[in-house]
Design a protein around this ligand. Structure first.
Ligand SMILES: *[C@@H]1O[C@H](CO)[C@@H](O)[C@H](O)[C@H]1NC(C)=O
Ligand SMILES: *[C@@H]1O[C@H](CO)[C@@H](O)[C@H](O)[C@H]1NC(C)=O
Ligand SMILES: *[C@@H]1O[C@H](CO)[C@@H](O)[C@H](O)[C@H]1NC(C)=O
Ligand SMILES: *[C@@H]1O[C@H](CO)[C@@H](O)[C@H](O)[C@H]1NC(C)=O
Ligand SMILES: *[C@@H]1O[C@H](CO)[C@@H](O)[C@H](O)[C@H]1NC(C)=O
Ligand SMILES: *[C@@H]1O[C@H](CO)[C@@H](O)[C@H](O)[C@H]1NC(C)=O
Ligand SMILES: [Cu+2]
Length: 236
């Protein structure tokens, strides 16, 4: 905390041009460790606008990061896509109320001002899964579309700020950010009637995610800020 405040002060004193905070007030998200591959969390939900959403979260062999599988089935074609999905702070409310889920999981206080830069995922909101790994394709309107990836910043450990098991939820949005479905993240072995996973017929091709627009982090300014922080660190 002190480091960042001091570094910012030095940046101002040296006249460096700092555009805006590209990363969290509390810094970048650290890469998580000790995520057991025996632990499985899941979120399964449906709504009038999505027939099924199934996500699971498991640890990895080396414990670094969390392996995410996400499948979305038959999104109502009246909803504009591609679609966004995130880990949100709170549980779904009564009658599947997605507003009750609050904001995105953002333990390092990045905020919403600038869009997530896929090339610098450590600076993104921890919960911004579609920002870091790509939006759900329009193919999710025509059957089941799936994707999977390791997210290095989610945690399955309750003492980690990026833990997703402490009454968090997943919210699925249309491209206008309207919340069109949501479900709670639960420990899989505590889930009732989990059901089987659909086999996808429209699997992610690993295409690069499309930028959401908005002020994406500019490489040069990022480098400049990095240099300023490095100088700050040397002076401290
Ligand atoms: C991971 O576990 C090891 C062994 O228990 C421990 O030394 C280390 O501090 C843990 N790392 C984190 C980030 O919790
Ligand atoms: C899809 O959305 C339209 C417009 O909101 C609605 O009229 C229709 O009933 C929805 N379809 C289903 C299957 O829910
Ligand atoms: C997670 O989801 C994927 C894709 O639907 C599925 O193949 C896999 O079996 C699931 N893993 C667990 C542990 O449930
Ligand atoms: C949904 O939850 C929000 C926030 O908790 C609340 O303000 C709103 O009244 C709820 N809407 C419905 C339809 O219950
Ligand atoms: C996926 O399956 C559904 C239902 O069987 C079918 O209507 C749809 O065309 C398929 N989608 C793709 C991309 O093959
Ligand atoms: C999404 O935004 C577009 C452009 O602002 C608007 O025309 C459309 O009605 C919106 N659709 C929904 C479902 O919110
Ligand atoms: Cu969201």
């Amino acid at each position: 905390m002190h480091f960042f405040k001091s570094a910012a002060a030095i940046a101002l004193l040296t006249g460096a041009y700092v555009v805006s905070a590209d990363t969290g007030e509390k810094g970048d998200a650290p890469v998580t460790e000790n995520n057991s591959d025996k632990v499985v969390y899941e979120a399964v939900f449906s709504s009038s606008n999505i027939e099924a959403a199934r996500l699971n979260f498991t640890g990895t062999e080396d414990g670094v990061g969390v392996l995410v599988h996400a499948c979305f089935t038959n999104v109502n074609a009246s909803q504009p896509g591609p679609y966004l999905y995130h880990v949100h702070d709170f549980l779904v409310g009564p009658n599947k109320n997605c507003t009750s889920t609050g904001a995105h999981l953002d333990p390092y206080l990045r905020g919403e001002l600038t869009a997530c830069d896929v090339d610098a995922p450590e600076t993104c909101q921890v919960g911004d899964l579609s920002g870091k790994h790509g939006k759900a394709s329009l193919d999710a309107r025509k059957g089941t579309w799936c994707t999977s990836y390791v997210d290095k910043y989610l945690s399955l450990n309750s003492d980690d700020e990026a833990f997703i098991g402490n009454d968090r939820s997943i919210v699925f949005h249309n491209i206008n950010k309207t919340r069109i479905g949501c479900g709670n993240i639960v420990l899989a072995n505590e889930m009732s009637g989990g059901g089987s996973y659909p086999s996808p017929n429209a699997t992610s091709t690993g295409e690069p995610p499309i930028a959401t627009g908005g002020a994406a982090r500019v490489g040069a300014s990022g480098l400049a800020l990095g240099a300023v922080l490095a100088i700050g660190a040397m002076l401290l």
